[in-house]
Design a protein. Structure first.
Length: 308
């Protein structure tokens, strides 16, 4: 029986400091994401791009914050759309758009998981933990707030109320290499599982990933993967406005995605922070399509299980 997935565009750029992410969904379509997945025997439905209504500016006592009203509108639209997509398809893909969109997609998936009586887990592949609240952000760029919000931390009263939160113990972050002081404090206080690039250099990606996947499986959980382009080494993925040197290599990224595909646990996927304006002949968009294909079952060889 054919498995189903959906593509849903979220052309969000109000959470980022540089324009261009609104072109991300179009770039992924142009790079051939739909036919790539269809060739892997997935039944693909493109749901088009979401939009938000016109909004009036909204202030906040943290004067650094900008585009708050637009971000709130995107969260509301994306939360509902993610919930509906999860009910209709086996594995929805949310194509961004900056990472503020995950405040909506993860919230919607958390509500869906709650309705199924199952916990939601989140694998956060990113150079940044995005753990600022509306109170602690100094840049005012709201793509740095989604994890703080969907885990139900204080300081986000201006954001929409959550139907369900994701416990911090259900989160695993990999590739982290840029952490602000307030984020570091929260990671320490909450005991959030973080594998920064030093840890990955020491242990590799496979051991911590397999341990986390076993945790998801033991809890009968649903897994949401949020993949930020800046998780990758900028030399292979230049199309992002928040580049941080020392990211995951081509081989590490494919190993992660193949392992996720093998697990059968992934229920939804974010592809975020793709800024085609900063790309080189579409190379980052093509790489994201290839990495997604690895999660969806593409292999160089089918590997037989051997007894020793």
């Amino acid at each position: 029986m054919s498995r189903t997935c959906s593509l849903l565009g979220a052309p969000v750029q109000t959470g980022a400091s540089q324009p261009g992410c609104l072109m991300g969904p179009a770039a992924l379509r142009t790079a051939g994401l739909e036919p790539t997945l269809s060739d892997l025997d997935w039944q693909v439905t493109d749901l088009g791009d979401l939009t938000i209504p016109a909004v009036s500016p909204r202030g906040h006592h943290n004067d650094a914050i900008h585009n708050l009203a637009e971000t709130i509108a995107w969260i509301e639209v994306l939360e509902a759309a993610a919930f509906d997509a999860a009910r209709a398809h086996d594995l929805p893909i949310f194509m961004g758009g900056d990472h503020s969109m995950s405040a909506g997609t993860v919230a919607g998936m958390a509500r869906y998981a709650q309705g199924q009586g199952r916990p939601l887990f989140v694998l956060w592949l990113d150079a940044h933990p995005d753990l600022h609240s509306l109170e602690t952000t100094t840049s005012g760029n709201l793509h740095g707030t989604p994890v703080n919000y969907f885990t139900g931390q204080p300081g986000n009263d201006a954001y929409p109320p959550l139907a369900a939160t994701v416990p911090t113990q259900n989160i695993c972050m990999m590739g982290i290499r840029s952490v602000d002081r307030a984020e570091h404090k929260l990671i320490s206080e909450q005991g959030i599982e973080v594998h920064d690039m030093r840890a990955i250099d020491e242990t590799g990606v496979l051991a911590p990933l397999k341990t986390f996947l076993e945790k998801v499986r033991a809890a009968n959980g649903l897994l949401h993967v949020s993949f930020d382009v800046d998780f990758l080494e900028p030399g292979i993925a230049p199309a992002v406005g928040t580049t941080v040197p020392g990211g995951a290599t081509f081989r590490e990224a494919h190993l992660i995605m193949e392992t996720l595909g093998d697990s059968g646990l992934v229920r939804s996927l974010d592809l975020v922070e793709l800024n085609p304006f900063l790309d080189e002949r579409g190379r980052t968009a093509k790489l994201l399509c290839d990495l997604t294909a690895s999660l969806f079952g593409r292999r160089v060889l089918d590997r037989m299980t051997r007894s020793f």
